[in-house]
Design a protein around this ligand. Sequence first.
Ligand SMILES: Cc1ncc(COP(=O)(O)O)c(C=O)c1O
Length: 394
Amino acid sequence: MRQDALSAVIGAVEPSATLAIDAKAKALKAAGKDVVGFGSGEPDFDTPEHVKEAARRAIAAGCTKYTPVAGTLELRAAVAEKLRRDNGLSYEPGQIVVSCGAKHALYNAVRVLCNPGDEFIIISPYWVTYPAQVVMSGGRPVFVETSAADGFRLDPERLRRAVTPRTKAIILNSPNNPTGWAACPGELEAVAALALDRGLHVISDEIYEKIIYPPAAHASIASLGGEIKRRTIVVNGVSKSHSMTGWRIGYLAAEPAIAALAERLQSHSTSNPDSIAQAAAVEALRGDQSFTAMMAGEFRARRDSIVGRLRAVPGVSCTMPMGAFYAFPDISGTGMGSMALAEALLEQALVAVVPGAAFGADGHVRLSYATSMENIERGMDRIEEFIRLKTAGG
Ligand SMILES: Cc1ncc(COP(=O)(O)O)c(C=O)c1O
């Protein structure tokens, strides 16, 4: 096969820097090694039983055919209710497009905004998929740095300096993967003011909305006023809030013209998301919400434990995450880069972490605490021992 016959656009996307580590961890596990994994990007809880039951009922009732491309009317109504109830946002069901996970909703959002060469501002460290989706859409990612020293806070001046006549949108992710940062009202207001001033769109990825630790509290940037709401595409889903990563249900909410284009794009790519998963998502959004609060409480206890342990390791410092389920320690004091440290931890200490290089932050590694307290203790014992030996010159 001639390589030059393949898509140059897709070829330009970097392969995920996490894949090599992940493949190695899986190979070690398959060989019977006791690997402690901090790589997971999904809650370790099962989907709530009442949600599963709704899926069984949907199968029994024959909900096994195509649905409307943008999702069933019932689910879009349930999403609209959720956005009103939780976020104070008013959308008609026609402004909502349900997709195969929030990742798919984000891709639709980027695709329908992007013309060739358009710039999308991505706040760094960033979830690795954002730049890939921008590149695959023919756009150009522009990164705005934040740093651990000030808790990954957004510097509005730095953001403003990154805007050019080609800037199309700012991609905002609060609570944040990988840093755990959650925007305060002042930061949201600064982004909104800039977007309105320069005529930009905002893609607001709120998938970790429900995993946030008081006193931090989630607010959607779209709730700051009618004008910014019209410029914002809100993206959310049930993957993290209801531990439904495998069901693949996410959505966007936007101005009618944007939603219509997203629906058109989806009609020619995937069509509707899974009909049974949609029925389950209706129950997730309308039913008992106590599971989500329980899960967030568990994550909070684990966060306190893992951050406490990380801060006790020589050469390591760690900001306190305000949301999501990742710790993102600065490991530059160990004298190792993130790829080298992740590889060494895996091979020599049997602990899997994700190198920060994958998120544009080589001085960090990401540890998911979507794993049991027992695993956190075991894994942290190994990490601490390994780094103590290394930094002692061992
Ligand atoms: C920041 C962020 N956005 C979106 C997603 C995708 O969610 P989904 O599984 O609904 O596609 C993830 C998943 O890891 C994520 O971390």
